[in-house]
Ligand binder design. Sequence first.
Ligand SMILES: C[S@@+](CC[C@H](N)C(=O)[O-])C[C@H]1O[C@@H](n2cnc3c(N)ncnc32)[C@H](O)[C@@H]1O
Length: 525
Amino acid sequence: MDPNPVDIDLYAEIPYQSTAIAETHPHHLAALGRLFGLQSAPSTSCRVLELGCGSGGNLIPMAWYLPASEFVGVELSPAPVAKAQQTIAALGLTNVEVRQGNILCLGAELGQFDYIIAHGVYSWVPEDVRRALLALCRVALQPHGIGYISYNTLPGWRIRNMLRDMLRHHARGIESPSQQITAARALLALLEPVVEKSQDPYARALRQDLKRLREADDGYLYHEYLESNNEPLLFTSFVADAQRHGLTYLCDTSLHTMFPSGLSAEAQAVLEPVDNFLEQEQYLDFLSNRTFRQSLLCHAEREPLRELDLERLDGLSCYAQLAPTQKLNLRRVQAEHFVSPQGPRCAVKHPLTKAALSVLEASYPNALAFADLLIRSQVMVEQAGGSRFAAEVNNLRYELLDLFGRSLIGLSVAPTESAVPDLCRPRASGLARQECNDGCVTSVWHRELQLDTLSAHLLGLLDGSRTVDDLSQALLTEIKTGQLSVPGARGANRTPSLPEVRANIERLLRVFARQGVLCDNDLRD
Ligand SMILES: C[S@@+](CC[C@H](N)C(=O)[O-])C[C@H]1O[C@@H](n2cnc3c(N)ncnc32)[C@H](O)[C@@H]1O
């Protein structure tokens, strides 16, 4: 028996956390389009449609940061639609609309869009909705438009489905979704010790998934493992479905999955006889046991350029937040390490690229046009005594594209310049003050920033009326009266001193400013 009666609004019962998905952002889609030869619309003036947009956690921040672009979200479930509409009204946004609707009933009347996004929808809806989604992309995408569709894939989901089958079996006959979750968690807790130490291949296959699910939120557990619709598919089946609707595969949102580096000789031998690029990607999925894809589609008539020409980077702009871990040597080709605030590290060899990353780090969050970045990097390399490397532009292009492929730098179709925020009486953007109540904010480059209690509370106070001294006093009072706890404070009863609170606030303000969540007091929120 299917545990889920179809007449329940499951997304109202068990909400799915709606947050910013960086890979769906039009600046990222536009840059990928340009790399593959499409004349994709700049994110600063485009029309975006998001299907199954939930409560707008992805769409609304885009609309906030791109006031000259237009955004339409369609969502079946009324509860998230109401939440999205409340947020839009609270922010006073006029360039975004979220309406209740069914993908099955949408068509050309919506108008034409430069980007259509469907994140977490395709595998999670019945087949007729999947077909309608692709048909809608065909009728509603501009000639150079790009569709983003994410879906669960085979073969990776074969292993996950073992656990899904068990959990659905265990929850059979239970009507309430929240009670199904309770039952599923109980089974997970019983299974984990069984497989914990076993070297049996079956136990090893289950172990990782069990741990992941223990840490997952209820929305994820329910909608991936308990709900009736979860149809993983082979990449080539997805591409064939798209082709039947007049669409062609453009690329993946993460280029390193298309052009992987560091494959073993044995893995390369698997790929060698495969001459079709689509089949190559399919075999890469087999090799990596891939579970999820974020694929971009365009009209079949476009015939994207499949070879990545390094010089296409010259028409784009770059941004990055990678700090060197040591003093850079710009006079030698030697690997040196950079680290991103999220943790991932990378090694870069060529002096021009090392200089470029330093320039980008100092300019963040601004994106610099490639030509501008090149000149500044060349000057830096020359001043450091590495003149003979200043002309090695192809090495720079190659290393930057590799970093982009691994999501370590970002590309956009145009340079950007953020206003310098006032740090004397700092003011958080209206979006940040709205989002901080949910414990995270969206950065100007559409990254989700997790907030601890102190930073969330601080953001809420940043209305432009308080100096750093005022903020320090206010927070210290709240800490002393127990209204606010300081994360990570050492010593059970130790209250931080005023200078410590102030230093913490100044550090957080610098982080907020770099992420674009503070605004200039003279401009709009
Ligand atoms: C897994 S959730 C993903 C939500 C959101 N895109 C995200 O990633 O956070 C799938 C969403 O698609 C919506 N949905 C399902 N079928 C739909 C349909 N036929 N028309 C419109 N939305 C639909 C659901 O209500 C749900 O909000």
